[in-house]
Design a protein around this ligand. Structure first.
Ligand code: HEM
Length: 132
């Protein structure tokens, strides 16, 4: 019988970021480990640190036993939707934001760039004129 796999974005998984409600991603699978946090022999903080990121390396580096790997399967709730953007910055604009509002937001974020360029130009110009 075909099984239906639920897909979650990294953004969605990263919202479950407390000890009481904690989702992690290992090998593109999503695990709800909330009920295991208190029992984890490595402590809850190491698991909490991996929320919102790929926890595969952390899980592998800890050298988990086969028993731990079997336990992990009990917490699987779905798979990672790898087609969704991983970088939250790509989604900073609310729906309906027009291009002039986006330009304003970018200007506020990167205003220092033209200021620094102008400052350097003034200093170089000043030094050049003094040399003459
Ligand atoms: C549902 C997910 C997880 C399960 C079921 C699990 C299970 C276990 C178990 C049973 C142990 C004892 C040693 C062993 O049998 O391998 C252990 C130890 C450990 N785990 Fe996990 N683990 C999980 C997730 C993680 C994650 C995401 C990390 C870090 C990124 C992590 C880091 C560690 C560390 C550092 C230890 C060693 C503790 C020590 O020896 O002092 N675990 N884990």
């Amino acid at each position: 019988m075909p099984t239906i796999t639920k897909l979650y974005s990294m953004q969605e998984a990263s919202q479950h970021n407390t000890k009481e409600d904690c989702w992690i991603v290992i090998d593109d699978k999503v695990y709800d480990v909330s009920s295991y946090m208190d029992e984890h022999p490595g402590g809850d903080d190491v698991i909490l640190e991996t929320v919102g990121k790929d926890a595969t390396d952390g899980f592998e580096d800890a050298g988990h036993s086969d028993e731990a790997r079997e336990m992990l399967q009990n917490f699987c709730i779905g798979e990672l939707d790898t087609s969704s953007p991983v970088i939250p910055e790509l989604e900073i604009y609310p729906k309906g934001t027009d291009s002039s509002q986006k330009l304003m937001a970018l200007t506020k974020q990167y205003w220092a760039v033209p200021v620094v360029v102008a400052g350097i130009s003034v200093i170089v110009g000043f030094l050049y004129l003094r040399k003459k």
